[in-house]
Structure formats: structure tokens, C-alpha cells
Design a protein around this ligand. Sequence first.
Ligand code: CAA
Length: 405
Amino acid sequence: MIDFEYTSEQNMVAKMVRELAAREFAPHIKEWDEKAIFDPGTLPKLAGQGILGLSTPEKYGGAGFDYVSLGLACEELEYVDTALRVILSVHIGLVTLPILTWGNEKQRTKYLPDLASGKRIGAFGLTEPNAGSDVVALETKAEKDGDGWLISGEKMWISLADVADTFLVFAWTDQDKRKKRDHSGISAFVIERGMPGITTASIHGKLGVRAGNTGSISMDRVKVGPEHVLGEVGEGFKIAMFCLDQGRFTVGWGATGLVKACLDASVSYALSRVTFGVPIGHHQLIKEMIGNMKVNYEASRLLNLQAAWMKNKGLRCTKETAQAKWFACNASEKSASDCVQIHGAYGFSNEFPAERFYRNAKGAVIYEGAREIQALMAADYALGFRTDKPTRKSLPPHPYPENWQ
Ligand code: CAA
């Protein structure tokens, strides 16, 4: 049986996030975006409603909601601004769920309750100045130091870099394998602000997501014990890919919220702006753009729901997640461009949010797997060059089983 209705719990999460975003963030977002300010008050407000621990099992101090609820929260936040959704992508998608899945019990109990309450904020350090789509080109290295490691390198374009305190970073632990581009020489580490050798900085001058913090993480011989390795030594690449399965999921849902924001703004303008004696919504070429937004919203939502349904069942859904992210982000970029077009000259000014939507939409076709990577992945699945094999660890199904792993 296929059920397209949200449960009362899922509706409740969406409503709670929608109301919070409308009340606390929407009135300020234009100013934050114009001044390129990340408002530090945003995090406690999200934490206060339990949103930072939305997907963390109750056993680890979270709210224990399912993956549809996480998606809806992302949709509602990005409806107001992309920068708000990015917080959940990074904090929950790229840090909390990976620690939940790949962490040992000690790591789960150490990090998850603090991440859920907002006492800790997570960031994800994979990308480097010379390594984005090509993950194995990363240069960060971890040298053996007794039973621990000394990590050195530079991470760039890291969301929340300058506000987070718990960083999931990836480094080569085997230099011979690095020379052969063998991904099994990469390992994942959880490191913490305050460890000697870690510094972070913010990056300014971004096209979009200006109300969000983006920065760099420098690591200069950061000394960590073996308890900071996530998963097994050598599993870093697979963990990074797992992280992206969760991050892309949140980006796809967020992009759907942005399509909806463009649709609502366009409908409202098209009903009030008059040209040639009628509201512009009566002109066929405007209708075509609005019709596209509408169907793109529905199609994005359904692709995201498919991925969420699979996650709830505990099924691997790298393919479905990547396709949903690809489709929804392309849809948001097109919708935002058309939203500006419908607003005409007003769309070109910051009097209306259309130009902010347009700038924000560009990010998501670049980060967390560029449009080109998603296209190649989709083609490789279709051609039979890529299949999703079972992995050593998988996302816990929902409802979270008591004795899971
Ligand atoms: N989960 C678990 N394991 C996985 C996996 C997943 N999702 N995906 C792949 N693996 C495993 C495979 O099973 C395989 O295992 P074996 O070697 O044992 O067979 C291994 O990992 C290698 O997998 P692939 O052969 O599929 O790897 P690939 O080299 O073909 O991957 C790629 C190529 C798809 C282009 C990949 O490198 C990729 O996705 N690149 C894009 C990276 C990206 O999105 N970067 C954005 C960074 S985040 C960001 O933007 C910053 C921010 O702060 C938000």
C-alpha cells in the first residue's frame, strides 16, 4: 500500500518548524543576508525546540523523529532561507547521523546528547582547496604517533566552520595508498575545538547563503588518541560517502522548500502585478513558468519522500538520495531564475526575496555533490557501472530499534 499522507507526528514537526522560522528568522533574514551575518542566536532557538536533535534517538537525548520529519524540517527552514537549512544538513546529516551509525557506544554517548541539545555544534571537513568532487585528492594527513595520530591539513568551504566545535574530518592514514589513489588509506576522525593546532576562519564574499557561516579549518599536528577515529582505520572514504547520503538527503528536501518559496512568491506577484490590463498571471508565458514550479515542487517532494521511506526502512538509498538531490536542486535553480523573471525589474532588486532565492539556489547545484557528479552517478546506475552494495554499517531504521547494532 502506498500512503501519501504525512502522519500526525510528521505534520506536527513541519508545523513547529514553520512557526519557529516564520516568527524568529523570517523577520530578520533580509538584514542577515544583506550584511552577511550568521546570527549566533539561531542555534539556541533551533536547539530550544529540539530541532538540532530531531533525528537523534531518545536514548541519546534526541527527539527520535523519523527521516520524513527531518526532511520536512529542512523544507520548512529553506522556505525561509537556505542558510537555516544548511545548519541541519551539517549538524544532523553530516555529523550526528554518521556518529550514530559509525560511532562506537563510547563515542555515541560522548557526542550525541551534546549534539542533540546544541551544547556541541558539528561541522564536516572533507573538502579542501584542491579536493572537492575528487575526494581522494585530499591532502590532509594523519601520521602515527604512539597509539594515536597527528593530523595536519586544511579544509575549505566548510559550513559552520567558525561556529562549530565538533569536527568530523578525513585524512590519509596510509601515504603509500595515497600515491595509488586507493581510498582505503583514508580515515575519519572526530576532533574538537580547543585541541592544540586547530584554527578556523570565516570566508566572506559568497554569492549566496550569506546568512550562513562558511569557512576553513586548519590543522597543524593536531594530536588525537585512537578514540577519535570514527569507524575503522581505512574506512574514511566509505564514511564520507555515507555522510553525503545523509547530507544530500537534507539538501534535496531543502531545495524543495526553495521551489515552494519561489512558487508562492511568484503566484502572489502574478496575481497583483498588472500589465496589458490584466494581472500578469493571465499571460501564458508567466503561466508556463508557474506551472513548471508547481510540478517541480511535486516531483521533488515525491523523490525525496521515496528516499525518506527507504531510510525509514533501513535500506541503502545512495541512488535514490542522489537523484532526489540532483532533481530538486536543478528545480530550485530553475524556479529561482523564473521567480526573478516573473518579478521583472523588481526581481532584480532586493526589494523582493526573488534575487536572494536566485543567489541561494546556485550553491546547492555545487555543494554536497555537484550537479555533474549527480548526473554521472545517475548515468552509471542506469548503465550498470554502479550498484549499491550492502555496507558494514547502515543508518538505523525508524522507529529506532532498542538494541540496534
Ligand atoms: N556508503 C557506504 N559506502 C560507500 C558509499 C556509501 N554511500 N558509496 C560508496 N561506498 C563504498 C563503495 O561500496 C566502495 O567500496 P569497495 O571499495 O569496498 O568496493 C567504495 O566506497 C568506493 O566507492 P565508489 O567506487 O563508488 O567510489 P567512486 O570513486 O566511484 O566515487 C564519486 C566517485 C561518486 C565521484 C565520489 O567521489 C563523490 O561522491 N564525489 C563528490 C564528493 C562531494 O559530494 N563533495 C562535497 C563535500 S561536502 C560539502 O560540500 C561541504 C559542506 O560543508 C556541506
